[in-house]
Design a protein around this ligand. Structure first.
Ligand SMILES: Cc1ncc(C[n+]2csc(CCOP(=O)(O)OP(=O)(O)O)c2C)c(N)n1
Ligand SMILES: [Mg+2]
Length: 591
């Protein structure tokens, strides 16, 4: 095949009138499917461009109205997680950028590819028609360092100051956002530049390949395989390998061959191995014990593979670390003791490792015997015991039982009501351990963990998952505090506007338990323990959640008894299946 002539413009380019039209055209030409838009005076040329292009029959991204920027960023982030395709969100100058809030942190930590396009206050003062300054806010918006708002979290920042650089700016934004480790690309463009005539001879969309992720160095793979072949108690810690079906399959293949325990890194992440697999360790205390007992630790794409305060590593342990960015340059004090660090895509490295270990098994009968014994042993003593019993003594441990609602009972009720391929998001904070321990998830991509500590992700996240997978049911299990951080009025409204229904299961323990327990932990004899309270952590005037749902076109249920969980969930799921978002508030009494 002839290589493309990278210097020529796209020959199919339509007749475009403004740089804004060119921008919208280029986004679509690069495969950006959605433009999440929260408009202001700065976006007027883009708004007009979308309709003008549509009228002219020119493809544009689908524009989705956002009523809060952090919600749409979480949606774009989630869309990336499911598709690996960066989407664009348009935010209003500095103020809209500030409303992205903690979601920029989540994007960085979860290595998600997204493009944020922010307006920039106009430069010109003379003529309003050219897009120049026409209102007092255009002076007020002229802040000293607009990109400084996201500087600590963005992977790449660029201002489009001239029409002739537009194609390169958009091409680079898509390319850089999607390249491993993926991240947030922040573009700024002023209204007067958007109003400029386009530079259509500079309109190249080819020649911005996303680099193929590095495969693991064969010598490094050989050394890890050799270590696994002779290990007594090996473990695999991964937080991200299960984010793709290939990664999920690769984890299972290696576990079944090498006989190793599979732990989720302590920062969370998707399920990487079926919850029914005997080598899946779902309890953090067991994970810490397994790390302490391990003679070989293989870390694959995990940022916090264990908590140093909770484990004592064996003196003879060998630690291998595979990651697209094993130096963890965005974490200044990342200093887990690693013997061998390998820069590679986790899933690809795991597959190569299984193949290499397979060669040992074929060539060395003692290795084959040892691994088979280990597999047998682990199968016999399944890594995790049954989840804690939710119902009264003697009842089926998988049933939610009767009496007060517990987080475990909620999981049991979900096990009873949801399907194996429903996609569950989790932002359950102090109950996240219960979610991983008690919720059955056997398929890849069906449990998506909290991506990072910026709470309020999972409502917007549910919207993005539903956009990416309209064929699937989407359920978020969320703490009451996290639900409120998710800007629920906007998220529920947007789900109705966009036609992206989901179910939110709120674990309502009346506030911020995660912010109360550390007070008790640091001051075991303190006043807070004595008062059974910590300042600023109890909600006494929380919203009426079902009424909030009803006000936002959603169905709301409140459940106070475990025996009511299943019927309420069934009603809510039926609503979601019929296209209406639903929330089920589960009232839980917790310390
Ligand atoms: C945006 C943001 N603000 C504050 C925090 C600090 N924080 C961490 S956990 C938590 C409480 C979460 O409450 P909830 O979702 O109800 O879960 P629970 O602790 O009750 O299990 C808070 C406030 C945070 N992580 N992110
Ligand atoms: Mg709570």
């Amino acid at each position: 095949m002839e290589p493309p002539d990278l210097k020529t413009a796209d020959p199919k380019i339509p007749d475009l009138k403004t740089t804004a039209e060119h921008l919208v055209y280029l986004l679509a030409a690069h495969g950006v499917e959605y433009l999440f838009l929260n408009p202001g005076t700065d976006s007027a040329p883009v708004q007009e461009a979308v309709y003008a292009l549509q009228d002219a029959g020119v493809p544009t991204p689908t524009v989705l109205m956002s009523t809060f920027e952090s919600v749409s960023l979480a949606a774009a982030h989630a869309y990336w997680k499911l598709t690996g395709r960066p989407q664009a969100i348009f935010v209003h100058v500095d103020a809209g950028t500030q409303n992205l809030g903690a979601m920029v942190h989540n994007v960085m930590r979860d290595k998600a590819g997204v493009i944020v396009i922010a307006g920039k206050t106009p430069y010109g003062e003379e003529a309003d028609l050219s897009g120049g300054r026409s209102s007092p806010i255009h002076w007020q918006q002229d802040v000293p360092d607009q990109p400084g708002i996201v500087r600590g979290y963005a992977k790449w920042i660029q201002e489009i100051t001239r029409p002739e650089m537009l194609d390169r700016a958009i091409g680079r934004a898509v390319q850089v956002a999607a390249s491993a480790p993926a991240g947030l690309c922040y573009l700024m463009v002023s209204r007067d530049v958007l109003m400029d005539p386009p530079c259509l001879q500079a309109s190249r969309v080819s020649g911005y390949p996303v680099p193929v992720p590095p495969s693991a160095d064969p010598a490094a793979v050989a050394s890890i395989a050799a270590a696994l072949a002779v290990a007594e108690a090996p473990v695999l810690v991964t937080s991200r390998a299960g984010r793709t079906a290939e990664g999920f399959a690769a984890v299972e293949e290696l576990a079944d061959l090498a006989g190793l325990l599979v732990l989720r890194g302590f920062e969370g992440g998707p399920v990487s191995l079926s919850s029914r697999h005997p080598m899946s360790v779902r309890d953090p205390a067991r994970a810490s014990a397994a790390i302490s007992a391990a003679d070989v630790i293989l870390i694959v794409e995990s940022d916090v593979p264990w908590l140093p305060a909770r484990v004592r590593l064996r003196p003879d342990v060998r630690v291998f670390h595979v990651d697209p960015d094993p130096a963890k340059t965005t974490m200044p004090l990342w200093a887990f003791p690693v013997d061998v660090a390998v820069q590679a895509d986790g899933a690809a490295a795991l597959t190569a490792l299984a193949a290499e270990l397979g060669r040992h098994v074929d060539a060395e009968p003692t290795v084959a015997r040892r691994l088979a014994e280990r597999v047998e042993q682990l199968r016999a003593s399944a890594a995790d015991p049954q989840p804690e019993r939710p119902g009264p003594r003697g009842s089926d441990p998988r049933a939610p039982g009767a009496g007060p609602v517990t987080a475990t009972a909620v999981m049991a009720a979900l096990n009873e009501t949801i399907s194996a391929d429903d996609i569950v998001l989790e932002e359950a904070v102090t109950n996240s351990t219960v979610v991983y321990r008690a919720l059955e998830r056997t398929q890849p991509g069906t449990l998506i963990g909290d991506p990072a500590p910026g709470l309020g992700w999972s409502l917007g996240g549910a919207l993005g998952v539903k956009l990416a997978r309209p064929d699937r049911r989407v359920i978020t299990v969320v703490g009451d505090g996290a639900f409120l951080f998710g800007v629920p009025t906007s998220a529920l409204m947007m789900s109705a506007e966009w036609g992206t229904p989901f179910l939110a299961v709120i674990l309502n323990n009346s506030g911020y338990r995660a912010s109360r327990l550390p007070v008790y932990g640091l001051f075991p004899d303190g006043v807070s323990v004595r008062r059974k309270d910590a300042a600023g952590t109890r909600f006494t005037r929380a919203p009426d959640y079902p009424a909030l749902a009803a006000a936002c076109h959603a169905l709301g249920e409140r459940v106070e008894r475990a025996e009511d969980l299943v019927p309420a969930l069934r009603r809510a799921l039926a609503a979601v299946d019929g296209g209406t978002t639903a929330i089920v508030e589960c009232v839980i009494d917790q310390d």
